[in-house]
Design a binder for this molecule. Structure first.
Ligand code: NAD
Ligand code: LMR
Length: 332
């Protein structure tokens, strides 16, 4: 018979795996939505002790789903064990803001979590491990992780703004009554927060500029932007819980395009470290338009930026600079 060579399994870590996004994400990964339908995976799931029982339950369900691509499951509350040999790390774990808490309280908790997990990844993960931070504040958590894992290449540490990117595509598709796959090249600039700037100046609908397809500039410059900026809050209001299936799906999109490449002629948005492109302060983790090839992202260069965009790109950069200062002060 024919010899069918099996691919080596890829080990994927999901932290905060007993949480909401984790519950949706691990199933998607194990069904091939992140790394493709022919790529076997080993899942490492980390959570804290208080969630140990729930994590065991998720492991039981993964077994019960009898998934052909899933070649191993490690469910652990031990960071070192969870990080061992990891090729891809998706960081969902973190401390959510509770009633009566200051932003700084959450920041200091998350800064210490990401500092500790950076060291564990550095020690135990594969040398070329790719990291996606989803937990909020996503850009600043990724920045802390980058600072405290100096042996992981800067290019391997990213944060999720693909959900915002997909939200922008969906809003334009609905407005123009086309399928979402016919909308391309929106950009999310900056922070995964309400200061993010969803930019349609280079985007197309059925290969036509968005500003031709949607003649209503008033809508594009106001309601469209605030709808995308506020979408996370709108989901929380409707579900009484933050987005989970869309966050998990977008995390799969992010890693898939990063590892397997972006389609010809289009780009995606990723939170990546700034090299000073578009005059964004170097070293910040900022969302840019990127193309990916052979497992590497590249910031799309040479896009024209008008005064309206410039102002919004700088405001969201300013917020990231402030978050960075706050994070630094928490470390002292
Ligand atoms: P959740 O509270 O349901 O789950 C978080 C899990 O993390 C919990 O199970 C918790 O026990 C665990 N955890 C806490 N500290 C940990 C630690 N030190 N190590 C490992 N695990 C730890 O939250 P969720 O709804 O799944 O959301 C996860 C995060 O993603 C939140 O911060 C949320 O705000 C963020 N989020 C980001 C985006 C984005 O687009 N970037 C979208 C949606 C949600
Ligand atoms: C989202 O964008 O859905 C999440 O970051 C949750 C939030 O707080 O908005």
């Amino acid at each position: 018979g024919l010899l069918r060579q099996e691919k080596e399994p890829v080990t994927v870590l999901v932290t905060g795996a007993a949480g909401q996004i984790g519950y949706a994400l691990v199933a998607m990964i194990a069904r091939g939505a992140m790394l493709g339908p022919n790529q076997p995976v080993i899942l490492h799931m980390l959570d804290i002790e208080q969630a140990e029982e729930a994590l065991k339950g998720v492991k039981m369900e993964l077994m019960d789903a009898a998934l052909p691509l899933l070649r191993g499951i490690v469910a652990s509350t031990d960071v070192a064990e969870a990080c061992k040999g990891v090729n891809i790390a998706v960081m969902l774990g973190g401390f959510p803001r509770k009633e009566g808490m200051e932003r700084k309280d959450v920041m200091s908790k998350n800064v210490s979590i990401y500092k500790a997990q950076a060291s564990a990844l550095e020690k135990h993960a594969a040398a070329d491990c790719k990291v996606l931070v989803v937990a909020n504040p996503a850009n600043t958590n990724a920045l802390i992780l980058k600072e405290f894992a100096p042996s992981i290449p800067d290019k391997n540490i990213t944060c999720l703004t693909r959900l915002d990117h997909n939200r922008a595509l969906a809003q334009i598709a609905e407005r123009t009554q086309v399928h979402v796959s016919e909308v391309k090249n929106v950009i999310i600039w900056g922070n995964h927060s309400s200061t993010q700037y969803p930019d349609v100046n280079h985007a197309t609908v059925q290969d036509k500029p968005v500003r031709e397809a949607v003649s209503d500039n008033e809508w594009l410059n106001n309601e469209f932007i605030s709808t995308v900026q506020q979408r996370g809050a709108a989901i929380i209001k409707a579900r009484k819980l933050s987005s989970a299936l869309s966050a998990a799906s977008s995390a799969c999109d992010h890693v898939r395009d990063w590892v397997l490449g972006t389609p010809k002629g289009s780009w995606v948005s990723m939170g990546v470290y700034s090299d000073g492109s578009y005059d964004i302060q170097p070293g910040l983790i900022y969302s840019f338009p990127v193309t990916c090839e052979k497992g590497e992202w590249t910031i799309v260069q040479g896009l024209e930026i008008d005064a309206f965009s410039r102002d919004k790109m700088d405001k969201t950069a300013q917020e990231l600079i402030e978050e960075k200062e706050l994070a630094k002060s928490c470390l002292n």
